[in-house]
Ligand binder design. Structure first.
Ligand SMILES: O=C(O)CCC(=O)C(=O)O
Ligand SMILES: [Fe+2]
Length: 668
């Protein structure tokens, strides 16, 4: 449930005019094309009983079944009936050529082939006969035999020839195609002598491909040279110049181990094409005459990345991984929290900015601010492994406790220290999963998107942003729908029982977003959407650069956590977004005080706070050193998303925001 829910979330990034991560919904595009084909069939040749179905023709236990189900669901949503038939099904052709196709007793309007792409798929004569009957029927074929053959390597090679291409495209388009096509030839032809000589002179620049799909069958380097020299059986191959892509550094996770390596990517574009076949045949000189084409749409894309050194790139074969394109307008510069990026750097940026997640950067993490809930107070450990006596010697202001309470306090402090030291390990164990499909117009409030556009265009601080206290700003951010999704996501995660940490020692009910697969989403949110706005709000901090974030959800509920004592955050900038409405709880408001440093904020007498109480999706951004607290909740339930943004550079000059020291920074 949790994984499915994650898959409904999305990368942000595509708003009109600012599309960096293009929408990619091939399943929906294919479903629309199949539905259009079904509608054509029904209009031209209604079934005798008025019923006809789209048929997915596939293997039993097909390893692509989940992909197919996705398209089936979309078709159901369009009101198109679907059926599945497997290789070896009972196929009948009623009424001869162009007759109705009946598979396992159901009349079929469209056959969508998920098998019969390789000779070995035809295990018996029945499979060949079925393919023949399907082709002869009046059902729409996806693909038809001709379209299927057009995708084969030999036909692609023939189509790369100017004279052949000119039969199908006007001259200006032929020139455009040839300008980007790689050279491909039949190495057994006399006319290919020059290409063969070039390949022999530089075998690593070429590949010999047989008529096969799926990877693992090509010849490269010395094998290629040997095959070309032997010159026997060359007619089964296509000789193609390799496409050379600039490698980009990336981290690949393999068997739980991350490697930094050079990668190259390959982009495939999915299209949906529907045409009237009979009319095409009559006009065979110009097969692509637009009169006969009913649909010719781009439906999505697949980007595969692989080790630059790997010759193969198949994802199912285990060589490549599915990737996400990151688009930059020509000549544009992308500004991120930690670097200015030029278009030429784009390849090294496809995985999102290189934030570190939850680094522990100051040893005060293991010595100070050790919160003990039972007495609602903070303690310090004088040194790692200090004895009880040493512990109390350095916490003498708290000596009012009796022996039993003291023992409980020490135990609690040690448990907290154990939790903190286990963080890096836990972190490595929980994998980030981010497969999302919601557009930014769903994620953000329109007011946020327009202020974001305006600051991107160099506009002044937008009016929708209010400065409420000491550089604390309030502005609209997330849509209600998105906030609801986020909370549902948390609920689903909690039902899995997977181990996770509490966001900080003061709040036990929430969770850390990186740990439930939303780290990449938060990265994008920060680099793409928040950074331009924060540059206007916190120019000095943003100039220092944000290097990492700690993002989590906090929850308050009667009988559980109900308040949060006065503190400042372990962050340079804190973003706090309401995930529910004020009507849903009483008490529990956020009180903001001042930015003066003090050692024991809890002991301060604080007054005249700014009381912050906002509706779902509204954001508050403040610098981490602004003292604040959550006042006691008196009823209902409240939740918020918190993002602690950290700047190494700022910390080096201004010190750890909690202890104020620069000499104990662990990354220094
Ligand atoms: O719940 C809130 O609004 C504030 C939470 C907070 O201050 C924190 O987690 O650091
Ligand atoms: Fe806080």
């Amino acid at each position: 449930l949790w994984l499915l829910q994650v898959s409904q979330m999305s990368w942000p990034g595509s708003t009109p005019g600012h599309s960096v991560i293009p929408d990619n919904t091939p399943g929906a595009g294919f479903a629309r094309a199949l539905a259009a084909a079904h509608a054509e069939y029904v209009a031209i040749a209604p079934a005798a009983d008025g019923k006809a179905s789209v048929c997915f023709y596939c293997f039993q236990d097909d390893h692509l079944e989940l992909d197919q189900r996705h398209i089936e669901r979309a078709l159901e949503g369009l009101g198109v009936p679907c059926t599945r038939a497997f290789l070896g099904a009972h196929v009948e052709l009623r009424g001869g050529v162009d007759g109705a196709l009946v598979i396992d007793g159901t009349e079929i309007s469209v056959v969508y082939f998920h098998c019969t792409y390789r000779p070995e798929h035809f295990a018996t004569e029945v499979d060949w006969e079925n393919r023949r009957l399907i082709e002869l029927s009046r059902a729409v074929k996806a693909p038809s035999l001709l379209a299927h053959l057009a995708g084969s390597k030999r036909v692609q090679q023939v189509l790369a020839d100017r004279a052949v291409l000119s039969r199908f495209l006007p001259q200006d388009e032929v020139a455009q195609c040839l300008a980007v096509f790689a050279r491909q030839v039949d190495p057994s032809c006399a006319g290919s002598a020059q290409a063969v000589a070039d390949a022999l002179a530089k075998p690593h620049g070429w590949v010999l491909k047989p008529q096969r799909e799926g990877g693992g069958n090509n010849l490269y380097g010395s094998e290629l040279a040997a095959a070309l020299r032997a010159s026997e059986g060359l007619e089964q191959y296509v000789l193609m110049e390799k496409i050379c892509t600039a490698p980009a550094p990336a981290w690949l996770l393999q068997n739980g181990v991350a490697h930094k390596t050079d990668t190259v990517a390959e982009l495939g574009i999915f299209a949906s094409y529907l045409a009237r076949g009979n009319q095409l045949e009559k006009d065979s000189e110009r097969l692509c005459d637009s009169q006969q084409v009913l649909m010719n749409n781009v439906s999505g894309a697949m980007l595969r990345s692989k080790h630059a050194s790997s010759e193969e790139g198949g994802v199912c074969a285990g060589f490549g991984v599915l990737d996400t394109p990151f688009l930059l307008a020509s000549g544009s510069t992308l500004v991120t929290g930690c670097m200015e990026m030029k278009e030429s750097d784009a390849e090294s940026f496809v995985m999102g900015p290189p934030y570190r997640w939850l680094p522990i950067e100051c040893s005060c993490q293991f010595l100070e601010n050790l919160y003990v809930r039972s007495v609602d107070a903070y303690f310090r450990m004088p040194a790692p492994g200090a004895s009880d006596a040493e512990f109390w010697a350095s916490n003498d202001t708290r000596s009012q406790f009796d022996d039993e309470t003291k023992a409980a306090i020490v135990a609690s402090v040690r448990t907290e220290l154990g939790r903190r030291s286990a963080i890096p390990k836990l972190f490595c164990r929980n994998l980030a999963i981010a497969l999302m499909g919601m557009a930014s117009s769903h994620i953000f409030q329109p007011e946020f998107l327009s202020m974001w556009q305006s600051v991107l265009n160099g506009g002044p601080p937008p009016e929708a942003i209010q400065d409420v206290r000491d550089g604390a700003f309030v502005f609209p951010l997330f849509s209600r729908e998105f906030c609801k999704h986020l909370l549902e996501e948390l609920k689903h995660f909690k039902t899995t029982g997977l181990p996770h940490q509490q966001p900080n020692s003061m709040n036990r009910q929430g969770c850390i977003l990186n740990e439930i697969g939303l780290g990449p989403f938060m990265d994008q949110l920060l680099s793409h959407f928040l950074t331009p706005v924060f540059r206007v709000l916190f120019p000095d901090l943003m100039a220092a650069g944000i290097d990492s974030h700690h993002s989590f959800i906090v929850r308050y509920k009667m009988g559980q956590d109900t308040s949060l004592g006065v503190h400042d955050d372990n962050s340079e900038i804190t973003l706090n977004v309401a995930l529910c409405d004020p009507e849903q709880y009483s008490g529990g408001k956020l009180a903001l005080y001042h930015r003066e440093r003090c050692e024991h904020p809890q002991l301060l007498k604080l007054d005249s706070p700014y009381i912050h109480c906002a509706g779902t999706g509204t954001a508050l951004a403040h610098s981490g050193d602004l003292l604040h607290e959550v006042l006691p909740l008196t009823g209902g339930e409240r939740a918020g998303l918190i993002m602690w943004l950290r700047s190494d550079t700022h910390r080096r000059s201004h010190g750890c925001p909690l202890c104020g020291k620069t000499d104990r920074l662990l990354f220094a």
